[in-house]
Design a protein around this ligand. Structure first.
Ligand code: KG4
Ligand code: ZN
Length: 333
């Protein structure tokens, strides 16, 4: 049964064709280049981009799958959470198609779709599991006994982890999105050079806080800019840090941010006595997070699962897959 998936919750316009756990096409186009100079997503620009690109992306996705609209038997779309203007584009297209093709429509939760990307990839994952969602807008730990049965165990009380990567990149003048560029610069830096504080909320709590570390980076930059005679000042901004110092800041920040995630995620598994930890969302593409999490989880015999790179960032296949599972009442437990 072919399912059309539609994802427009933030800055990626994506349409997929899936059949159960199989992905026939998963086309993604992004307005990320248009937001870069602002250091974050501009909602109005994102929604206008979706409006312009949703139809071409839909056509390309059908073409790649080698099917026509008449072959679609189900439509799945991201309902929440996300930018309201962006969500509206996807939902409107999905509802119009559902009505005109006379096929059912399933509206899904974007965060659960990120976790479901793993179920599509690994195919034999079993519940219960702990879900760790690390994206631009969310940082949450959930206990899941099925795709509709989940409970939030902890979440960020301020910035999301991806947001912290993006804000630190903005402070350092590195552009948007911050995650991939910080990871790259961190790879050239030394994580032990600059130690940023790991926020510890109440002992044993599973909530996160990332605004403190972001502010520490800001203070560090303010204290150190202009000190080095070899650097260049651009518009009086922070670019007068030597490139190697920027690399070390990125490495120190990434190290601390990942440690905070690892500690709570593993603690959640231990508290709940659940040995499957499934990670989803854009930050799950980060290789340092992957290796730190795996290393710590291995010590406690916890198995970690990350989506393949093409399913880490926002994409429609995870939405289509989850929509079909909900429609067919699979993985409900
Ligand atoms: O899941 P996603 O595509 O969109 C949301 O649902 O928010 O996540 C986007 C976030 C951005 O904050 C981006 O900076 C971050 O994921 N990100 C990364 C990496 N790739 C993307 N963060 C750290 N390391 C990466 N390699
Ligand atoms: Zn996302």
């Amino acid at each position: 049964m072919y399912t059309l998936g539609i994802e427009t919750s933030c800055d990626e316009t994506s349409v997929s064709v899936t059949d159960g756990l199989n992905i026939l096409s998963n086309k993604v186009t992004s307005s990320v280049h248009l937001h870069s100079k602002y250091g974050g997503v501009v909602p109005e620009i994102a929604s206008r981009f979706h409006l312009e690109y949703i139809t071409p992306v839909l056509n390309e996705s059908l073409k790649e799958a080698g099917i026509g609209l008449k072959d679609i038997k189900l439509i799945a779309v991201t309902k929440e959470p996300g930018l309201i203007g962006s969500l509206l584009v996807g939902i409107s297209v999905a509802r119009a198609l559902s009505y005109s093709l006379n096929v059912p429509l399933v509206e899904v939760n974007h965060l659960m779709a990120h976790i479901y990307a793993n179920i599509m990839h690994y195919k034999n994952l079993t519940f219960p599991m702990i879900g760790l969602i690390v994206s631009g807008g969310h940082t949450s730990i959930i206990a899941m006994s099925g795709i509709k049965k989940w409970k939030v165990l902890g979440e960020t009380i301020d910035d999301a982890i991806g947001e912290a990567f993006d804000k630190v990149a903005k402070i350092l003048g590195l552009g948007y999105p911050g995650g991939p560029i910080i990871e790259k610069r961190a790879g050239m830096g030394d994580p032990s050079k600059i130690k940023f504080p790991r926020s510890v909320l109440k002992e044993g709590m599973l909530d996160f806080s990332f605004s403190g570390i972001k502010t520490s980076v800001l203070y560090y930059v303010h204290r150190h800019q202009g000190r080095n005679p070899h650097t260049v000042k651009v518009k009086g901004e922070v670019f007068d840090l030597e490139p190697q110092v920027v690399n070390d800041i990125c490495a120190g920040f990434q190290d601390a941010a990942c440690d905070m995630i690892v500690e709570k995620a593993v603690l959640a598994c231990r508290k709940k006595k659940i040995e499957t930890l499934v990670v989803g969302g854009g930050v799950s593409a980060n290789m340092v997070l992957r290796s730190k999490l795996k290393e710590e989880a291995d010590k406690w015999m916890i198995k970690t699962y990350f989506p393949p790179m093409d399913l880490c960032l926002d994409n429609a296949a995870m939405v289509g897959g989850l929509g079909e599972a909900l429609h067919r009442k699979k993985f409900l437990q």
